[in-house]
Design a protein around this ligand. Structure first.
Ligand SMILES: Cc1cc2nc3c(=O)[nH]c(=O)nc-3n(C[C@H](O)[C@H](O)[C@H](O)COP(=O)(O)OP(=O)(O)OC[C@H]3O[C@@H](n4cnc5c(N)ncnc54)[C@H](O)[C@@H]3O)c2cc1C
Length: 393
């Protein structure tokens, strides 16, 4: 045991928020409860995101959280984005992921790899009124993302993209897409290149929308590109370096998915606690029974642990410190916790929990996606194992 003393004067608890963070948290929390909650049931039933809500996200300034003010954004931090995704998701996970993809994947990729011209053209749009989407997955390449088959051919004054993408979040609403295609399949993953594609570029089409189990109001669509003409200047980063952009954006993005899962678990638990206080059996509120109290106590403890993992990963990222393992752990654990907490919350509602008349079953359905997208749980375990067994990457 070491006797070395360290100066902890500057250390602050992970959950202590700055004034700006509190301001965003409070305003988005109020917005979610007052404006989103009344629409949740219908949006889930209709599998459609309310258009006016999307407008409000822009007005609230939460579609360009890290985008510098000179491009019309809020000029805030990644941690703020994480707080906002949690607040939205505690009421509706579909709103959470719409804002999450915009900030942690699309804006993030442009901020880090965009040329000055690309940033000047697209960041103001993304902060003001244009939804973005991020298209890596295809029918034949999910976990094995770099096996993607979409081709990009150099046609002299433009790039021609041909192929299909699958599972693209926000595709129904998006005006701008970051699309990964291979310029040289013989070079394998070293041919993968990222392009910024606008919805109305010739040869671009949004296809079928998936009918999903959960996050039903979040659109998930196929993209079809047939000789889609992309201007040369719309290559994002370097040719052949798309794999690096994908890896690095997704490393960050999965902290956002962790925040979504923390939000969903928290939303479910809040409903369950309120119900446990109201519902009477054997002449008492069910929350008076120690067994129910313990279910709630365990869920609250799991939730707190998940939140600490997510907040820590986000704070590490903002501090410019390594966060790969922590991000993978945060996503893995928070998605497991979310499934457990939403499931026990359904049980606390009894038979009512199993009907669509009550809000709780939706949280359960929404929880499952956290173990699938932005790298399945097995992929997170693979990353964690690699960093442990081969030293930190
Ligand atoms: C609602 C939704 C939204 C999405 N949004 C987007 C988006 O916006 N953009 C985008 O590009 N993609 C998106 N995706 C795609 C998502 O990232 C993939 O579905 C995910 O990466 C898994 O790929 P897959 O579905 O092909 O499953 P597969 O890769 O076929 O995996 C199937 C199972 O096999 C396991 N498995 C595979 N390989 C291994 C291995 N080597 N070791 C151990 N286990 C393994 C997996 O863990 C999983 O359990 C979305 C998906 C969904 C469902």
């Amino acid at each position: 045991m070491t006797t070395e003393t360290i100066d902890t004067a500057g250390a602050v608890p992970l959950t202590r928020l700055s004034e700006e963070e509190q301001m965003f948290q409070q305003s988005v929390r109020e917005f979610a409860v007052e404006k989103i909650r009344p629409l949740v049931h219908k949006m889930d039933h209709d599998a459609t995101m309310d258009k006016d809500l999307i407008k409000s996200f822009f007005e609230l300034g939460i579609m360009g959280i890290e985008v510098p003010e000179r491009f019309g954004g809020a000029g805030s931090t990644f941690f703020t984005a994480v707080l906002i995704v949690e607040e939205l998701s505690h009421v509706d996970a579909s709103c959470g992921v719409l804002v999450d993809v915009q900030n942690t994947l699309v804006n993030n990729a442009l901020l880090r790899w965009g040329s000055d011209d690309l940033k000047t053209k697209y960041l103001p749009m993304l902060a003001a009124d244009t939804v973005g989407a991020y298209a890596l997955s295809e029918a034949g390449s999910g976990s094995d993302a770099f096996a993607l088959a979409m081709r990009a051919e150099d046609k002299g004054d433009y790039w021609s993209l041909t192929g299909q993408k699958l599972w693209i979040t926000n595709a129904a609403e998006a005006g701008v897409f970051i699309i990964f295609a291979n310029v040289n399949p013989e070079a394998g993953y070293k041919g993968i290149t990222a392009f910024v594609v606008e919805r109305d570029f010739p040869g671009f089409q949004v296809g079928k929308k998936e009918d999903k189990t959960g996050i039903r109001a979040s659109s998930t669509c196929e993209l079809m590109l047939e000789d889609c003409r992309v201007p040369r200047e719309n290559v994002l980063g370097e040719i052949g370096k798309g794999y690096k952009i994908a890896i690095e954006t997704l490393n960050e993005g999965r902290i956002g998915i962790g925040a979504q899962m923390v939000g969903v678990a928290r939303g479910a638990l809040e409903h369950a606690i309120a119900y446990a206080k109201e519902r009477k059996q054997f002449g008492r509120a069910i929350g008076d029974f120690q067994a129910v109290q313990f279910q709630i106590a365990q869920a609250a403890t799991d939730l707190e642990a998940a939140r600490l993992l997510v907040y820590n990963a986000a704070r590490l990222k903002d501090a410019g410190m390594p966060f790969l393992r922590e991000a993978a752990m945060a996503k893995l654990f928070s998605s497991q916790v979310c499934e457990r907490v939403t499931s026990v919350s359904v049980e606390i509602f009894g038979g009512n929990g199993y009907t669509r008349e009550y809000p709780i079953e939706k949280f359960w359905r929404d929880s499952k996606i956290g173990q699938i997208y932005e790298g399945t749980s097995n992929m997170q375990l693979q990353t964690i194992a690699k960093t442990i067994l081969t030293d930190r990457l």
